[in-house]
Design a binder for this molecule. Structure first.
Ligand code: NAD
Length: 497
């Protein structure tokens, strides 16, 4: 399918794709596919006021009814799955299967959120006073700002929006300036769900287009009580303190530097498959991409040999081609960052295998994934380079391996390959991995939506998606009701007047 067909199927008009100030380029070949209109900073005041007005109506709609909107969104996403996935491929450069997988993740979170809409459970608490009841209730917070990164151009919005909407909050989304079309397409899909829903307030779901200054308007506004920001640690280090300074709540989903420990008992064949998918999938441009391999000395040569063999035959190229497993990097700057990291790794004693430019459509940045054997965990290894570079290091004792796994500023995802029960549980224990995600015999990437997603330290501490992540979008209220004719004070305090 051509670019034009995909955009037409998703409902774009020519006027929406031309004459704007933001040029959209496909990483596939660098070609300009559209010029979209940008939101101005001045317009943000009205956008936020409109979201506040929507909030006043939406917060009183019963949560299961709010869930119905998200159910319809899930249906519309199912109907548009192929087209939206094709646009993800066009705009973010993902291979076909990963584009489809990203939209599937949106459908999955909608299903999950519909269930949650009937399970926004509070608590009944035992009161110490006779004739008293205590309860805990969850209420909507208000407009939720969502700032998202280029590499999951649609899923991140849905993780936030599906939950925020069932929790009673309108959503204002500022996508990456590299991927505005996928966001506009999601808004069209959402509008179809809203029409079918019937009586939702206007401006329940809004998209604003632009760079950091548009995101900053959400960050700085007291009328946006929840701000979810996904992107680099650099961005989070600006956004987090600004939201905190105005007493807002932030959900930060920032960079990762994810490791796998491969123990002597590991099933190496399984480990190789997990390593290759998680290190080179999405051309190493996932927050959960595998970047550090910590291998027991006894299996290092065997494993590295198998990996070099696998790496040598990986198909790099046009992500629309069914045989391709590694598509392009997002842009030229990303390619340069990869080469700079490889040069630094060499200076720090690394032996580089791969990493050279690869064949692909002209105008795109295609690279062979790189495997870099390092003498230790040097400065460049502790830095997240958003490209397919896998640093390989070795260890002798599990304590040493866990210490190395934890000795980076980021704390998103981690895993161990072992068949030893003691080792697996040590890794998962309080003295094990310090990451938000810790897996056994599974790679670090490709999380399911049922679990809470996010990480510690410089990854930002936020949690989205499954488990009780919905609580991040609601305010907790503790209520005490006295149905007696006395007024006893807590803790036995006497205050007779
Ligand atoms: P980025 O930080 O350059 O941009 C992310 C978003 O933040 C964009 O929408 C951008 O416009 C906005 N932004 C940047 N500066 C801002 C500011 N000062 N105020 C308000 N908004 C601002 O990130 P990127 O290159 O698009 O994405 C790659 C990064 O995202 C990687 O570090 C990756 O690990 C991370 N990421 C994390 C997760 C996660 O869930 N932890 C998921 C995806 C990506």
């Amino acid at each position: 399918m051509s670019h034009a067909d995909v955009l037409k199927n998703l409902g774009f008009t020519d006027a929406e794709l031309t004459g704007g100030t933001l040029a959209v380029r496909s990483p596939i070949d660098g070609a300009e596919v559209a010029q979209v209109r940008e939101t101005t900073v001045d317009e943000m005041t009205a956008v936020i006021a409109n979201a506040q007005a929507a909030f006043r109506a939406w917060r009183t709609v019963p949560a299961p009814r709010r869930g119905e909107l998200v159910r319809l969104l899930g249906e519309e996403l199912r109907a548009s799955k192929e087209d939206l996935a094709a646009l993800v491929t066009l705009e973010a450069g993902k291979i076909v299967s990963e584009g489809l997988g990203e939209v599937q993740e949106m459908i999955d979170i909608c299903d999950f959120a519909v269930g949650i809409s009937r399970q926004l459970y509070g608590l009944t608490i035992a009161s110490e006073r006779p004739g008293h009841t205590m309860t805990e209730t969850w209420h909507p917070m208000g407009p939720c700002g969502v700032i998202s990164a280029f590499n999951f151009p649609v899923a991140v919005w849905s993780w936030n929006a599906a939950l925020a909407l069932v929790c009673g909050n309108p959503v204002i989304w500022k996508p990456s300036e590299k991927t505005p079309l996928t966001a506009l397409a999601c808004q069209k899909i959402m509008e179809r769900a809203l029409v079918r829903f019937g009586d939702a307030p206007a401006h329940l779901s809004q998209v604003v287009i632009g760079g950091a200054e548009i995101g900053d308007a959400l960050v700085q506004s007291k009328d946006v009580p929840v701000l979810s920001a996904t992107g680099s640690t650099r961005m989070g280090s600006i956004v987090g303190p600004r939201v905190a300074a105005r007493w807002g709540r932030s959900i930060l989903e920032l960079g990762g530097n994810n490791a796998m420990i491969v123990a002597p008992s590991a099933d190496l064949e399984m480990a190789v498959r997990a390593i290759v998918f998680s290190a080179v999938g999405t051309a190493g441009q996932r927050c959960t991409s595998l970047r550090r391999l910590i291998v027991h000395n006894s299996v290092r040569d065997d494993l590295v040999g198998r990996l070099k063999k696998a790496y040598a035959s990986l198909p790099v190229g046009d992500p629309r081609d069914a045989a391709t497993l590694i598509g392009p990097l997002v842009d030229q700057a990303s390619g340069e960052a990869m080469q700079s990291a490889l040069a630094q790794a060499k200076e720090q004693g690394g032996a580089v295998f791969g990493g050279a430019p690869a064949e692909g459509p002209k105008g795109g940045v295609y690279v062979q994934p790189a495997l870099v054997e390092m003498p230790g965990q040097s400065a460049i290894v502790k830095h997240e380079t958003f490209a397919p570079i896998l640093y390989v290091m070795s260890y002798d004792t599990l304590d040493e391996a866990i210490a190395m796994q934890n000795d980076v500023p980021q704390g998103l995802s981690s895993c161990i390959f072992t068949l030893d029960l003691r080792e697996a549980n040590q890794f998962l224990s309080a003295a094990g991995s310090d990451c938000g995600i810790a897996n056994v015999n599974i790679g670090p990437s490709g999380a399911e939506i049922g679990g809470a997603f996010g990480g510690e330290k410089e990854t930002g501490g936020g949690r989205e998606s499954g488990a009780d992540a919905w609580k991040g979008y609601m305010r907790r209220q503790t209520s005490t009701v006295n149905f007696s004719a006395e007024l006893p004070l807590a803790q036995g305090v006497k205050f007779d007047i």
